[in-house]
Design a protein around this ligand. Sequence first.
Ligand code: SF4
Ligand code: SF4
Length: 303
Amino acid sequence: MDRRAESLTAPERRFACTQCGACCNRAPELELGEAGALADMFVLRLMLRIYSLPRSLGDYVSDLPRELASAEFYERKRLLGQFAAASWPAKVQRGSQVVEYSQYLSLSVLPLDLGTGSCPALEGDSCSIYARRPLSCRSVPLHYSRPAAAAVRDLDAFTSTPGFRCDTGPHAPLVIASDIVDPAMLAARTEAVAQAQADARWKAAIVKAMKAGEHGLPTPREVETNAAMGVLTASMLGAWRVAEATRLIKPAEAERLLAAQCLLIERETQRDGLSANALATMREMHREYSAALAEQPTAVRGD
Ligand code: SF4
Ligand code: SF4
């Protein structure tokens, strides 16, 4: 076994956050159901992404040693099944070979990157919403959607990022001992799966609306076409309209969300150091949300 493989299978890692703030360099990704409670903090965008995984372990490519790669494959399959909104088969040409894949459509929320180089919730080096920070922040440095089998590799990659001042010394708490053992990280992982289950009906309704071309949502084909170019984001209006139409939220809640986003955008457009792209997107969102609010029979903004 080479030295890297040996290091990856070494069973223990220690970690403590020194609250240097370096990894809070942009707003975090949220599960769909988390976004409503943070509509006063983040300019929310629906994120649509495709993940691909070979159907068979024999076609799976990993940089992990063989037994870990196998565990990683099966765990990825399970996690994608738990978090994805939909999946379908696909065939991919790999050299002279055609490989069968499963494609998974992921629906989550990615707050708009304001281009300032830091999360809008970061004040100095501290998180101003620490008690209600999202699950992805609570599971740092081991994101809950990543296989535990790859935890050592992922933790090493995270803590060796230039500028990150995480404590991995002998006095830091043990977070990996063959498996993840840190109670807070384990709790965030369990809660994230529960959140994905709670969001399942909403995600299924969004997929149905996407297939029908309703509520201004992109079609699954558009997401697939865009996959090679990166992440596709869209306004949250379509997702909230679907939630309203399927009675997952009441009209008053949809109004509250739109009004909260309008107020936030009015505040955030005054921020220094915004990128031109962020400013243009926020102005467009404000126009769209204001028009939607004006159409509501009982607008809550009072204007
Ligand atoms: S929400 Fe808080 S912990 Fe999460 S990235 Fe922002 S500042 Fe950091
Ligand atoms: S880079 Fe490490 S020490 Fe700094 S805030 Fe992030 S987790 Fe904490």
